[in-house]
Each structure stands twice: as C-alpha cells, then as structure tokens.
Design a protein around this ligand. Structure first.
Ligand code: ADP
Length: 272
C-alpha cells in the first residue's frame, strides 16, 4: 500500500520543450480517505448527542411524577443540546473556511482589539471554572486579515486553555513582535499535552482523552479551526507543552505595514 503511484501527463510547449505533469495517485487516494473519514466522523458525532437526547426525553416522559428526576434529566438534555449546537456551529465554520475564497476581503486588523474581544467572550466560562484569566498590555500591532476570524482563533485557544486548566489556575494571553512577525501567545498551567499527541491535536475530531474531553464539552474541532484560520492568514501556529505543567499555543502572523501604521512604526521601536 505504501508504494507511490504517479499519473504522468505530458504537454508540448514552444521551442520543442515539454511540460511534464506528474500527479501522485497515493496523495489523491489519501485525500479521498480523509474525506470519507470526515463524513464518518461527522455522522458519529451527530448521532451520539441526538441518540442521547431522545433517550433523555423518553426517560423524562416516564418519570413525569418525580420532579427531581425530571429536573436532573432536563439538565442533561440542556447540556447535550448545547454540545450539539457547538458542534453544528463548528462544522459550519470549518466548511466555510475550506472554501478557496475564505478570506475574500482582507483589511487592516488591530491585534489588541482581537485579543480584547476574545478575552471578553471567554470571561464568563473562566469565572465559572475559577480560572484566573489575564490579558497582557496592548501592543499597537496590526495584521492583514479578517478580524472576526482571528477573534475566533484566539477565542478557541483561550477556550481550551480555560477548559484544560485546574481551578485557581492561570491563563494569560500576550502580544509581542519579532522580525516583522506578530505573536499572540496563550499560556496555561493546565494538564499539558503528551509529546505523542502534540502533532495530532490539530487534526479534525482529534481528542486527547475522549472521556475527559467529553466532560469538558469539546468537539475535537477547535484547534483544526484555529489552524485553518491562521494558515489562511499566511501564519503558523506553535505549540509548547510540558505534560502536567501546562501548554503555550502561539499564533504567528506577518505584521502589516499599512499606511495606517507606517508613521508610528518609524517613531517607536517595538522589537522585543
Ligand atoms: P476539543 O474540543 O476536544 O478541546 P480541540 O481541537 O480544541 O478539541 O483540541 C484537541 C485536543 O487537544 C483536546 O481534546 C485536548 O486533548 C488537547 N488540547 C487542546 N488544547 C489544550 C490545552 N490548552 N491543554 C491541554 N490539552 C489541550
């Protein structure tokens, strides 16, 4: 199965040269398998909460005269529906990102605003889990892209950092610049990620620990969405982690040198 198969096409050019187009069949087959896996995963992920919901509804109907039982199962139903809603939302986001024209109209984006907005959106969850969420100082840096998508990327990282933290743990997010690259780092003191899992966490539907992740309410799509968004912006994502001690996810984006920030660029030296 490992052998590489090539489809070769030859197109004649001027000056008696030829263009040789070689397509790797193994790669095509791998992509096809990925598509099939994805569909199977989606079906499985949707079936599980839908099945749970109908079971819970049945149980409630049977226990109609026991208020405590009804309340308990109604609460379970609420949790399952919110899981389902998140999953559907993330699937929609992912399919939107997979379109070739995902980033149609890049504009100058203020990185401080992106981070502030993302922090606002996870604040309630952080408070509920007694996690200390800290935002570093403003950096006055800009990138080209889509502010809403970048906010989603930072929010997903913060969301994970909070969910995989311990109570009273600290999650911080800071912005810096180095060599014309803007770095947004999300640092947590949570469970950390084992070395053999680090490469896989960005895969769609990959979960470190199925049971644990379920309990934390994840869908396994968060980081693949982050990776898509960052790639679409010409950036990269870095992961540093020590098992049991915590993780640092860093989004690295090319800095924008637009007319809007060309002036203060000359006036201040923000290299760190
Ligand atoms: P999930 O919805 O399961 O969190 P993600 O794609 O966001 O899906 O993350 C994939 C897996 O990566 C998680 O299931 C978890 O095992 C691991 N992970 C992600 N972020 C962190 C973090 N900050 N600390 C520890 N593990 C993490």
């Amino acid at each position: 199965a490992g052998a590489m198969r090539m489809d070769v096409r030859v197109a004649p050019l001027r000056n008696s040269r030829v263009l040789v187009l070689a397509e790797d069949r193994t790669e095509a087959r791998r992509l096809e398998e990925m598509r099939r896996d994805f569909t199977a995963n989606v079906s499985h992920e949707l079936k599980t909460p839908v099945g749970a919901l109908s079971l819970l509804a049945e149980t409630i109907a049977e226990a109609a005269d026991e208020p405590d039982t009804v309340r308990h199962f109604a609460d379970q139903m609420r949790k399952e529906s919110s899981r389902l809603a998140t999953l559907v939302q993330e699937l929609i986001e992912l399919s939107r990102l997979q379109r070739p024209d995902a980033l149609v109209d890049p504009e100058l984006v203020d990185v401080d605003e992106v981070v502030a907005e993302a922090v606002d959106r996870v604040r309630v969850e952080a408070d509920a889990r007694k996690v200390n969420l800290v935002r570093g100082g403003t950096a006055g840096l800009k990138v080209y892209g889509d502010a809403a998508l970048l906010t989603t990327a930072v929010r997903n990282l913060l969301d994970n950092a909070v969910r995989y933290s311990r109570p009273a743990g600290r999650v911080s997010v800071g912005i810096s610049r180095h060599d014309a690259l803007v770095r947004i780092a999300v640092v947590d003191q949570g469970t950390g990620i084992a070395p053999e899992q680090r490469a896989r966490v960005f895969e769609r539907f990959y979960r470190g620990d199925e049971a644990r992740s379920r309990e934390t309410g994840g869908s396994g799509l968060g980081l693949s969405i982050v990776k898509h968004i960052v790639n679409d912006h010409g950036g990269t994502i870095e992961l540093w982690s020590t098992s049991g001690k915590g993780s640092t996810f860093t989004i690295v984006l090319p800095e924008a040198y637009g007319p809007d920030n060309a002036d203060d660029e000359a006036a201040t030296d923000r290299d760190d």
